[in-house]
Design a protein around this ligand. Structure first.
Ligand code: GLC
Ligand code: MG
Length: 249
């Protein structure tokens, strides 16, 4: 068995099936100890909501935490987000102007303060409103010369991020820092903010059995033999996929 880079989303991907999670944790822990496998969480949560999840669930300490939909990276043992990464995101990003532009849309409901981050502005938006609002918001942001990326997940969450920030780009950054090939990496997800994980390179991908329609639709439109659609849900699906790719036995 060789070391690999293990990257997983948390809510409804790693977390959700506690029995399977316990089994997976044990295997990953052992793999890290024996082979130096790296464990990375890639979550939409801010570090504040990540800490809440850590209190509620049995989670291994990751080698790095990609938080706030890829806009913050925390290495093991550090409480400050990586400067090299945040400097990349600050390019052509003006948070105040983004917030001002969103004020034109009554359907956008601000998420709690904890989820408003230096490089992430987040709202709740219903699926019905999204059809109309998203294209309009996109063109308004463009007109104002704002280089942003809109990510809509699970029919409810809208994140506005800098063009150069998302979970997938954060993984590319970590891979090059650690010198790990895409083919020795595996990424796991269930919803819209995970699509970028599967998009940039040939990382092996596991889509858990309970994935949301936007990710399943993306997968249908972008088939790749290095992406695996699991039957089982959450950590059960991850175990299934890791076996499929031969990362664990
Ligand atoms: C997490 C974050 C939220 C974000 C969502 C989708 O729930 O807390 O701010 O909108 O992920 O990315
Ligand atoms: Mg999720």
């Amino acid at each position: 068995m060789k070391s690999f880079l293990f990257v997983t989303d948390l809510d409804n991907t790693l977390v959700g099936e506690s029995r399977a999670l316990a089994v997976l944790n044990e295997k990953l822990k052992q793999h890290r100890e024996e082979h130096g496998t790296k464990i990375v969480y890639a979550t939409g949560r801010s570090p504040i909501l990540f800490a809440e999840l850590q209190n509620e669930q049995q989670l291994l300490e990751p080698d790095a935490l990609i938080a706030s939909v890829g806009t913050e990276i925390y290495f093991k043992g550090s409480n400050t987000s990586d400067r090299t990464w945040s400097d990349k995101l600050s390019h052509q990003w003006n948070r105040d102007t983004v917030v001002a532009a969103t004020a034109h849309f009554a359907d956008l409901v601000m998420q709690p303060d904890s989820e408003q981050r230096p490089y992430k502005v987040s709202f709740w938006l219903t699926e019905d409103s999204a059809q109309e609002v998203l294209p309009q918001l996109k063109s308004l942001l463009q007109q104002q010369g704002l280089d942003t990326k809109l990510i809509y997940s699970a029919g409810v969450d809208l994140d506005i991020l800098p063009r150069h920030g998302d979970k997938g780009l954060a993984v590319q950054y970590l891979r090059s820092l650690w010198g790990i090939d895409a083919t020795q990496s595996v990424v796991c997800g269930d919803s819209g903010n995970d699509i970028s994980l599967f998009s940039y390179n040939e990382e092996r991908g596991i889509i858990v059995g309970n994935a949301k329609s936007e990710l399943l639709q993306w997968h249908n439109e972008n088939p790749a033999n290095y992406h695996y659609l699991a039957q089982a849900f959450c950590a059960g699906g991850i175990l299934e996929g890791l076996n499929h790719f031969g990362f664990i036995a």
